[in-house]
Design a protein around this ligand. Structure first.
Ligand SMILES: [Zn+2]
Length: 344
């Protein structure tokens, strides 16, 4: 009897804690509200499939020879990125050079010196706090007979970052500068070992402490086999791993603006693919920065020379880019920065 009572009261204490926890989460969810949806929508609408298509075709053209880290094709691609920001009058926190140089000694396996490219829109109220939107710029290079164009990997991510940067720029020009700074980070050397993002997190331009979140994009223009019959989806990985709030912001952005199916299959810790550990966001997560990794899953052209721009679903690329933009908008404009409430 006594034992039973102890067991019962322990159960009650336990369920109270759970209840408190779920109350807290309910409160968190309820507090996430997009203000000025009309304003946000007007900037979302500057993100178009026509412009995304133009960027993907340009960035995955043969001119860049498959963008192998350290090789002339990738240097050219880096200059292409820099020139885009100059043409859009979007500055770099590094001044006129836009490049974060990485010396050859940082790499191994004969990879030559390379560079991350960084641009940003400075925040109006908390400029030292940053949201980093990232996409890797390198790919697999070429062989004697074939070029690895990497239209999805990662022309799609690069194009998405370009369009979001432009949308934030237009908003700033029209008096809607974000409260926090938004950084557009094109990292190098992902395919050869996540080196560019690791370098950035070791030598950050804005301190890691002031880095509010990293939204990382690697392949968002295609559809995998699992979604042939329901293409209106995106895999969302990592959102709840460090910040419960980030997960709910992502969900609210989707409900309010895009209505994609957010597929969390690959976010499961026991998923054998372990994608959470396999792209650039993971270097940020290791430093305690909440991340979201956006990904369409693998497909038959993954890491093949047949990953070409005519196979991209541009309508879907537009929708997915809008989801990321709306999420970034919230993170950059909320009164308080998101809280890390999970261990890492
Ligand atoms: Zn990739």
């Amino acid at each position: 009897m006594k034992l039973y009572l102890i067991a019962l009261s322990l159960t009650l204490v336990g369920s109270c804690a759970t209840l408190r926890h779920s109350k807290k989460i309910e409160l968190l969810k309820d507090n996430i509200e997009f203000e000025n949806t009309q304003t946000i929508n007007s900037y979302l609408n500057t993100i178009t499939k026509a412009e995304l298509k133009q960027h993907v075709y340009a960035f995955s053209s043969d001119e860049f020879q498959g963008r192998m880290t350290g090789e002339p094709g990738h240097h050219k691609a880096s200059k292409f990125i820099k020139d885009y920001y100059i043409s859009e009058a979007i500055p770099s926190p590094l001044g006129s050079k836009y490049y974060q140089h990485i010396p050859e000694s940082y790499f191994s396996d004969g990879i030559k010196k390379s560079q991350n490219v960084i641009a940003y829109i400075k925040g109006s109220e908390f400029p030292e706090e940053v949201i980093i939107i990232s996409a890797h710029s390198d790919h697999e290079g070429y062989t004697d007979t074939e070029i690895y164009n990497g239209a999805d990997d990662n022309g799609s991510g690069t194009a998405a970052v370009f369009e979001m940067a432009q949308a934030f720029k237009i908003a700033a020009l029209e008096g809607h500068r974000p409260k926090r700074s938004v950084v557009f980070l094109h990292v190098t050397a992902e395919e050869v070992g996540l080196h560019g993002s690791r370098y950035y997190t070791q030598y950050p331009v804005f301190s890691m402490k002031n880095t509010v979140a990293n939204l990382n994009i690697d392949m968002i223009g295609r559809v995998d086999d699992a979604h042939i019959d329901n293409q209106n989806y995106i895999y969302v990985i990592g959102a709840n791993r460090l910040s419960t709030e980030l997960h709910y912001i992502s969900e609210a952005a989707n409900t309010e603006f895009t209505n994609l199916e957010l597929d969390y299959k690959f976010n499961s810790d026991n998923d054998p693919n372990r994608y959470y550990y396999r792209s650039d966001h993971y270097n940020f997560a290791q430093k305690g920065v909440p991340v979201i990794f956006y990904f369409n899953g693998e497909h038959e052209d993954y890491h093949e020379p047949t990953d070409t721009p005519e196979k991209i679903n541009y309508e879907l690329l537009e929708k997915r880019t809008k989801l990321i933009f709306a999420t970034a908008w919230y993170l950059a404009n909320s009164e308080k920065r998101i809280v890390v409430d999970q261990d890492y």
